[in-house]
Write a protein that binds this ligand. Structure first.
Ligand SMILES: Cc1ncc(COP(=O)(O)O)c(C=O)c1O
Length: 343
């Protein structure tokens, strides 16, 4: 849907040669054939490869994995510059947009780029007249401690996609936000050629309005920020006890921990251990719902996401951390992973 809006803007403004949407690997943008074309997650895209018009990909800014002499921030610039070289390789006049998750979801395990990345990407998009699209389906509506995750870097995209948090995860509701600069030419040219049976569904929208009012009334964006700090600090403490945690990352209440077999090299755990699915099962048995995937395109790099409801309290964060501690201890025991110190 987002890429269709972008394309219709290009057509309406006399730029119909622009159609390529560059995206990142790994990434996840949805399960339709159109969304899979910009998704970078082999386990989900490979079966459909012959049916897809696969779009150009650049690396997701996985600076935490790099072992070079550059600083974290220098790596941010290097990753952003990949966008420019891909635009030049593809032919700038054929590129329509660049889509990215400002804070990653399940495909990367809450990946956060170096601070330098965001502004540089905006600059590059502006230089070539390319639309910057933020996929905030996971990160939007306050989860990261700002209403939009892009706000952490004052980064203004041209189009934003939101969903999950808009309906508090209960009402099926998604939204696409674009500036009048994009919308006006499309409307003048006859309107957005897209629709669903349930688009603009009044029941879901009413729930969404109520959710937004509650987010404001309870100041849940601020709660996500402060509880997120408490939770992330707690996960970092757990990482000192469980050396198979190689990285703790994310923002606000969109957090993840990645498992490794060697913290220095960031070598992933052997895939046959299936640590990513076992950790979820062990947590569930202990009353905690977490989520997991693999960060290296779906084939390796086990991680788990911790994303409690935005109303979570300090006591509940501490309970979550205790359950995760217990879960990791059981996982270590089962998979013969190292544990640093006595609990
Ligand atoms: C970052 C991201 N983008 C897009 C989607 C797709 O959203 P939907 O399942 O509503 O199509 C998801 C779903 O998990 C997501 O996490």
């Amino acid at each position: 849907m987002i890429t269709k809006l972008a394309r219709q803007w290009a057509v309406a403004t006399g730029q119909s040669n622009r159609w390529k949407v560059i995206s990142r690997f790994p990434s996840y943008h949805g399960s339709t054939l159109g969304a899979l074309a910009v998704t970078g997650y082999d386990a989900l895209t490979t079966p459909f490869a012959p049916m897809l018009r696969t779009m150009p990909k650049i690396s997701a800014p996985t600076a935490y994995l790099d072992r070079d002499d550059l600083s974290f921030e220098e790596r941010g610039i290097r990753y952003a510059n990949q966008l420019e070289s891909t635009i030049l390789d593809e032919g700038p006049e054929s590129v329509l947009g660049f889509i990215m998750e400002p804070v990653g979801g399940a495909s990367t395990g809450a990946l956060v780029a170096p601070d330098t990345y965001y502004g540089r990407v905006r600059e590059i998009c502006d230089r070539y007249g390319i639309l910057l699209i933020h996929d905030e389906v996971m990160s939007g509506a306050g989860r990261t401690g700002e209403y939009l995750a892009g706000d952490h870097w004052a980064c203004r995209p041209d189009i934003v996609a939101m969903a999950k948090g808009l309906g508090a995860g209960y009402a099926p509701l998604g939204a696409m936000i674009a500036s009048d600069r994009l919308v006006a030419p499309i409307m003048e040219a006859g309107g957005f050629a897209h629709g669903y049976t349930y688009a603009g569904n009044p029941l879901a929208c009413a729930a969404g309005v109520a959710v937004l009012a509650e987010i404001d009334r309870l100041d849940l964006v601020a709660n996500a920020a402060s509880m997120g700090i408490r939770l992330k600090d707690g996960l970092r403490i757990l990482a000192t006890r469980y050396p198979f945690i190689g990285d703790v990352r994310g923002k606000g209440l969109l957090l993840a921990a990645e498992f490794v077999s060697d913290r220095e090299t960031m070598e992933p755990l052997p895939t046959h251990l299936n640590a990513y699915s076992r950790v979820v099962e062990l947590a569930y048995e202990r009353g905690l719902i977490i989520y997991s995937r693999r960060t290296r395109g779906g084939s390796a790099g086990d991680h788990f996401l911790v994303c409690p409801p935005m109303i979570v309290t300090a006591d509940e964060v501490d309970t979550i951390l205790n359950v995760i501690d217990d879960t990791l201890s059981a996982l270590a025991n089962e998979l013969h992973l190292p544990v640093e110190a006595a609990r």
